[in-house]
Ligand binder design. Structure first.
Ligand code: AMP
Length: 850
């Protein structure tokens, strides 16, 4: 009687003594901030602003760039980069959530697939696999949606690593959350004999511990597995909780015949010394098939090195009536230990366990004893509350429906309001910009544009090009992009105030990239030179070597860019310096001619930082159509980057000169139509640019400033993309945010880049369309040369409104109709998703060459 009472009391005390994965789904603190910054680390980071601490699910910008982004380009293998979370104590983790880098629409990097590693002690790392042994988890499909993944089996760990799986060249970013609860059992590992195989009526039934994460041998050691996975087996051991697993899957079991001493010894190791109240063992009792709960258990305790002599023994009542599987509670008499060794004596031919749980001290799980529901493990749909899955009553469904309806209504209202705000903004801008007369002129231009554009160009410069000349002198005088120092009408005055004060001028007096303008838009980062150097040059990138300055002889000035002058130099011993693998193919000259880009000596810290970032980016780009960085001189000031020399300068100048020296495009095409001469050469150039862009897009790399001025021409019409001055700010959302102060190449920019500040591969495609247009017009006029900057912005508004009033660049005379409609116009589609990819563009251009 007393014994029975004792069992009941133990049973009552043991309620809540085992974890319930259905309820153990609380966010562990990445989003909520309970996990401290110092507990989030990573193998690498792309930049300070994409450090590990920014990898918190649902946190967008903060001080950073909206996510953790590893320096993937530096790693040769996948599976190397990780974001690590230290939970400070053992946790039972049932669910993980991931998100990419959205950063208010500025980011587009995410991990499509990832793997998880975990550790209980910080030393031994284990790889998570699902119940079918698959390691890779399907991650995100876009930069903003949260994708939740049920961990089946759950993980018991203190440290968790998220490791994006990608072609090592892809840039990925992650924000993550872990869901679960504290692992109050404190069990670090159990050691058991390997499970046996039963043959039941000709059917194989396996009782092995299939998710054990420790060492596998005759005896399983140093791991946890099915006995702690929160899934307990059914009455009929042939039926499994987990769909499509083999019979017996839920149980670990042993056959009496293999144990001459009549018992199975299980050793449990805990995180620290605990005061144990009880143990519960979930056992099968299908005695009609020779399976029974254990007859007796004897447990020994150890706090130090030796097992204590006085064990606790318990004999449960044999149940000869019910064949139900059940938890058998065992009182452990408040014994103190860090390890427990229990000998379970067979009650029949077989003994099958599916779960073991411990209660120590006052630790009680905040869960009910609700059994785990059956079903597939899988990806949870975003929007479900991941922390509660058990209560699926009608009320909950009803509440869910109501919430969904309210959410849909709110979304619709927000969209309507958003559209109205935009409409108003655009109307305001257009009212201010365009009086009736201007509107009439625009309307006239819309119709006349395609016919008149060529005749309105250089010859007639004075009137129709007055705006154009103010900003872009044609051809010979035509300078670089940044000369597109433009401002939104709303901010005209503030820009006026900023530009002249900080703009530097080249020898010809034309405005250059205004360094101070650019950097003033960036957050000031206190980065000193040595820190940058360490960050940039630490170990990984062997191609970025310091070249001895005294071996460079300056020959002539090639041009001037945003950072400073570019010089042609002879580099003595460069080929040997580069070594066999890196030397420039087909060029054995010594000394080698190279281009040396300098950072002007009075450059401020930000410009210096950006110069080094451009080095960093260029050093990782290796493609026949991307200008190659050969070496650097950054040990002392002034900073120099040494790139391959492109004999024919920039493509814009090159094409302008072609036009001057040779014949007009129309004539040349007519003349050479038969052999496809100059037209094919032009398309050949576009093919090379598309090929370079295809490479960049394979890296998820947005250039942001593609134009002929930023392409260089080498021997025999070789074209290479250069100038990564804009793309270096991939993670600097503010750089381009339209606040009137930005330096924007608006004539090359997509409508969404101008209006929404959104730069993606698709906006690079838009710019490619404009670049192709430049090539086929031989750069003889600036895009939209008849429109002032304000009108270009107004036209952007028309692209947004999409009411058929937008003005497209007209078909260049030497451009075939098919190329114009099928390719060029498709680059300027309003819907970015409908624009072709660089792969498609490249293929299409190649076909048009043939
Ligand atoms: P950037 O600073 O890259 O805008 O360069 C300014 C100008 O220098 C370009 O417009 C080119 O005319 C010239 N330039 C830059 N890099 C090279 C190079 N690798 N080879 C030849 N000319 C170059």
């Amino acid at each position: 009687m007393i014994a029975h009472l004792g069992v009941l009391l133990v049973a009552a005390a043991a309620v809540g003594a085992q974890v319930n994965p259905e309820l153990c789904r609380y966010p562990l603190g990445m989003t909520g901030g309970q996990i401290q910054d110092e507990d989030i680390s990573a193998s690498s980071q792309w930049s300070e602003s994409t450090a590990a601490k920014f990898g918190r699910l649902d946190s967008d910008n903060g001080d950073g760039d909206g996510a953790w982004c590893p320096d993937m380009l530096s790693e040769a293998d996948s599976f190397k980069d990780y974001l690590q979370v230290d939970l400070r104590s053992l946790h039972f983790i049932t669910l993980v959530g991931t998100q990419g880098r959205h950063a208010d629409g500025m980011g587009n990097e995410f991990a499509q697939r990832y793997v998880i590693q975990y550790s209980r002690d910080g030393n031994d790392w284990l790889e998570w696999h699902d119940r079918k042994g698959r390691q890779v988890i399907e991650g995100n499909r876009n930069a903003y949606d949260v994708v939740l993944k049920d961990l089946e089996p759950p993980i018991i760990a203190r440290f968790v690593r998220f490791m994006p799986v990608t072609d090592h060249s892809m840039i990925v970013c992650m924000r993550v959350e872990l869901y679960g609860c504290e692992w109050l059992d404190g069990l670090m590992s159990y050691s058991i004999p390997d499970g046996h195989q039963m043959i039941y009526r000709g059917q194989d039934v396996y009782f092995n511990d299939s998710v054990y994460d420790g060492a596998l041998a005759e005896r399983l050691t140093k791991g946890l597995g099915q006995l702690t996975d929160g899934t307990w087996g059914q009455d009929d051991f042939l039926h499994t909780q987990t769909y499509s697993m083999w019979p017996g899957y839920d149980f670990v079991g042993w056959n009496n015949k293999s144990f001459p001493k009549g018992y199975v010894e299980v050793i449990f190791d805990f995180d620290h010394v605990r005061n144990f109240t009880s143990m519960k063992v979930h056992c099968n009792n299908m005695f009609s098939r020779g399976v029974r709960i254990f007859r007796q258990v004897t447990c020994y305790f150890r706090s130090g090195t030796e097992w204590e002599a006085d064990p606790v023994t318990y004999r449960p009542n044999p149940d000869r009536v019910s064949q139900n599987a059940r938890f058998v509670p065992v009182s452990l008499g408040d014994r103190t230990a860090s390890a427990i060794k229990c000998r379970f004596h067979f009650g029949d031919l077989w003994m099958l366990f599916s779960e073991v749980a411990f209660q120590s001290g006052s630790a009680v799980y905040n869960t009910s004893l609700a059994p785990r529901k059956h079903g597939h493990p899988g990806t949870t749909i975003p929007g479900e509350d991941p922390t509660h899955k058990v209560d699926d009553s009608n009320t909950r469904i009803l509440i869910g429906c109501l919430v969904a309806i309210i959410a849909i209504l709110l979304t619709i209202i927000v969209i309507i309001l958003w559209r109205q705000v935009w409409q108003k903004m655009l109307e305001k801008a257009s009212r201010r910009l365009l009086d009736d007369e201007l509107t009439a002129r625009l309307a006239f231009q819309t119709q006349a544009f395609s016919y008149r554009h060529s005749s309105l160009s250089t010859e007639d410069g004075s009137s129709s090009n007055s705006t154009y000349e103010r900003i872009f002198p044609l051809c010979g005088d035509y300078q670089e992009p940044s000369r597109l120092i433009r401002k939104l009408p709303e901010f005209a005055q503030s820009t006026e105030r900023l530009v002249p004060a900080s703009t530097t001028s080249g020898s010809d007096g034309a405005p250059h990239y205004a360094e101070a303008d650019i950097v003033s838009l960036q957050e000031t980062q206190d980065v000193n030179k040595s820190a940058i150097n360490m960050d940039l040059f630490a170990g990984t990138d062997s191609s970025m070597k310091e070249f001895p300055r005294h071996k460079l002889t300056f020959k002539e000035k090639l041009g001037e860019g945003q950072f400073g002058e570019v010089h042609l130099c002879e580099a003595e011993g460069m080929q040997e310096f580069l070594g066999k693998d890196l030397s420039i193919e087909g060029n054995d000259e010594s000394p080698l001619l190279v281009a040396v880009k300098t950072l002007r000596e009075d450059a401020n810290k930000n410009a210096r930082n950006d110069f080094l970032k451009e080095i960093r980016i260029m050093s990782r780009l290796k493609d026949p159509n991307i200008v190659r960085l050969l070496a650097v001189c950054v040990d002392t000031d002034p900073l120099w980057m040494i790139t391959e020399y492109m004999e024919n300068g920039d493509l814009n100048q090159f094409l302008c000169n072609l036009r001057l020296k040779e014949v007009a495009c129309e004539e040349s095409t007519r003349k050479e139509e038969k052999d496809g001469g100059s037209y094919n050469k032009l398309i050949g150039m576009a093919v090379q640019i598309a090929s370079g862009m295809k490479y960049l897009s394979s890296l998820n790399f947005v250039h942001r400033d593609l134009a002929t001025r930023n392409c260089l021409v080498g021997k025999e019409y070789t074209i290479k993309i250069a100038d990564f001055g804009m793309s270096r700010n991939l993670y600097r959302g503010d750089y381009y945010r339209i606040q009137g102060r930005a330096v924007l190449p608006i004539r090359w920019m997509s409508w969404e880049s101008i209006l929404l500040g959104k730069f993606t591969m698709a906006s690079d495609v838009w710019a490619f369309g404009v670049t192709l247009w430049e090539i086929l017009t031989l750069c003889k006029e600036q895009p939209y040369s008849q429109l002032s900057d304000e009108q270009v912005i107004e036209n952007t508004g028309e692209f947004f409104r999409d009411q058929g009033k937008q003005i497209y660049l007209p078909k260049p005379p030497c451009c075939p109709e098919r190329l114009y409609t099928n390719l060029m116009l498709s680059c300027w589609r309003r819907n970015a998703k409908q624009r072709p990819s660089f792969l498609e563009i490249h293929t299409q251009l190649m076909e048009s060459l043939a």
